[in-house]
Write a protein that binds this ligand. Structure first.
Ligand SMILES: Cc1ncc(COP(=O)(O)O)c(C=O)c1O
Length: 457
């Protein structure tokens, strides 16, 4: 069997047996999946031998890049020494002790962490933990969550309910009761005639109005991503988070910072809340904690909350593989790399600003309405008329065309609607950043040509 036969047969077997997440399976199988076989640094290789610059760090998570032997070796050693033991029966393991301590050093004021296997599980944990906390505080009526429309908090019942993706809610009767969604701080799309700063205050005050409508005595917490990732890299105006914090504090409503994308350096700080200058009570973590080498998530709990929970008796919650020792070993090795190589500082002061300067230059392209970037996460709003901040009639068409042209040019970008998203690994070199921008420009040119040809503009 030659390589082409192998690829064909693998695709057929995949089509027969594998259900992909977030995918139209018939369409995907008709087109044929990509089979990625190797990766090194910021580069992916598929089964046909094509190379791609991974502008998306896997799924926002491969912060330290591919091919890190020390992570693989740490996991291998842990697997041989102790592949598993549970945390339920008055037991723990050494890697999880070391990791929990390491995390507390990265986030002063959060000295305790509850571990999960994913960001979704962590957000489900938060729903239960926050309600339990208010019961312990003698205020059991405080159960309601405020979240944002178009926010993303995962795919489990709880995570998808906190998330504000209407198309996810439409499949299967979500959200669960007790979640209210308010405006997202998306100035480009929703800001109208307001300045970004005015709009940031307006959107924050929507949180306050929702709490007041429900009655603060029934509202447990507000949850938000420092920068909305899956919703389209929505960077809030600087006025937004401080006002949300002021509003929540005044009403005794907890603040949850969902750091699944922003945590572990993506914004040039260890946590996104540090970049935007607010202090959450809880932080959801996942993705960058292991750079995706193994699955792991968690909830970091403020000391004040952890004291109440700690004194509150049993919390009847946990997952068999909560705090898995091999995943903890991967996380320790990954965080060690981030620290030793100064990669968070590199995002904040070296490669982040270098890429941002060039990425923001793409705003000059006729198809781009707004270019934004914080740290190493960026977006480009595609528009048929930038002077009007106009949108294409059918959201998602031009974004898909642009993404596909990029792919053919050897660059992985993602499209959310008509916003092109980028979030490369922190080890991206200057030359690779130049290449990323050049290939994006090429994709924009191709998409523009197609938009004109199809009469979309
Ligand atoms: C902000 C945010 N929260 C939660 C999640 C869910 O994490 P997971 O896919 O690990 O369940 C994601 C995933 O993309 C995310 O971006």
């Amino acid at each position: 069997m030659n390589d082409a036969d192998t690829a064909i047969s693998l695709r057929a077997r995949n089509a027969r047996h594998h259900i992909h997440p977030f995918s139209d399976m018939d369409a995907l199988n008709a087109e044929g999946v990509r089979i990625i076989t190797h990766a090194e640094g910021v580069w992916l290789r598929d089964i046909e031998g094509r190379q791609f610059l991974d502008g998306f760090s896997g799924l926002w998570n491969v912060a330290v890049g591919y091919g890190r032997r020390e992570i693989a070796e740490a996991v291998n050693a842990q697997m041989l020494q102790l592949p598993f033991y549970n945390k339920f029966f008055k037991s723990t393991t050494i890697p999880i002790i070391e990791l929990a301590e390491m995390l507390s050093e990265l986030a002063p004021g959060f000295s305790r962490t509850f571990f999960t296997n994913s960001g979704s599980e962590a957000n489900d944990t938060i729903i239960r933990m926050v309600r339990h906390y208010w019961q312990l505080r003698g205020r059991p009526a405080k159960t309601h969550f405020i979240a944002r429309r178009n926010g993303y908090h995962g795919s489990t019942v709880g995570g998808a309910s906190l998330g504000g993706m209407a198309w996810m809610h439409a499949q299967g009767g979500l959200p669960i009761p007790g979640v209210t969604h308010v405006a997202q701080p998306w100035w480009w799309g929703d800001g109208g005639d307001m300045s970004p700063d005015e709009f940031g205050l307006w959107a924050a005050r929507e949180v306050g109005h929702a709490i007041d409508r429900l009655g603060a005595e029934t509202v447990a917490a507000f949850i938000g991503e420092p920068v909305q990732g899956a919703g389209g890299v929505i960077v809030p105006p600087d006025t937004y988070w401080p006002e949300v914090e002021r509003i929540c504090r005044a009403r005794d409503v907890l603040i949850v910072s969902d750091e699944v994308i922003c945590g572990f350096g993506r914004l040039g700080h260890w946590f996104g809340s540090q970049r935007f200058g607010f202090r959450p009570d809880l932080m959801t973590i996942a993705k960058g904690i292991t750079s995706g080498y193994l699955p792991m998530g968690g909830v970091m709990v403020s000391d004040a909350m952890a004291d109440v929970l700690g004194a509150g008796g049993d919390f009847f919650h946990g997952y068999t593989t909560s705090g898995h020792p091999a995943c903890a070993a991967a996380a320790i090795a990954n965080i060690g790399i981030l620290q030793r190589e100064g990669l968070v500082e590199r995002v904040g002061h070296v490669i982040g600003p270098y890429l941002a300067e060039r990425w923001l230059g793409l705003a000059q392209h006729p198809l781009v309405g707004e270019a934004r970037m914080v740290g190493l996460i960026g977006g480009l709003e595609l528009t048929p008329d930038k002077s009007l901040r106009a949108r294409f009639p059918k959201a998602g068409e031009i974004g898909t065309v642009c993404r596909d042209v990029a792919y053919r040019a050897g660059l992985i970008l993602r499209a959310t609607g008509d916003c092109m998203l980028v979030a490369p690994p922190f080890v991206l070199s200057e030359a690779e950043a130049d290449m990323l921008v050049e290939r994006t420009r090429h994709a924009l040119d191709g998409a523009l040509e197609e938009a004109v040809r199809r009469g979309w503009m």
